[in-house]
Design a protein around this ligand. Sequence first.
Ligand SMILES: [Zn+2]
Ligand SMILES: [Zn+2]
Length: 110
Amino acid sequence: MECGDHPGVDVVSACGACKRGVCEACATYEIDGGPCCERCGRAEDERARSLGSALLALVGVGYLATLALGVAFFKARPFVGGVAAIVAIALGRALQLWIKPSAVTRRSRA
Ligand SMILES: [Zn+2]
Ligand SMILES: [Zn+2]
């Protein structure tokens, strides 16, 4: 099959996101190890980036909320900070498993 963007060039695989056939030149990104076209790669890259920062923000909020609750219930005892940190780490792990941001990499062209 011929690539839609590069006449005369055969497609080598399908984009992992939109399933469109991509040739070697079109597959400029990789999603979770599979080839991906420029358009989807950019979109996924941006999505993964914003998910990453949203995740961090949520973890920060979780940490502060636990800290505030801990201080309210137990006063500022030394273990409150530790508990808040553990909750924040657990929250981060859980969110990562739940949201599963895909690994997007830009392929370097030789
Ligand atoms: Zn695509
Ligand atoms: Zn192409």
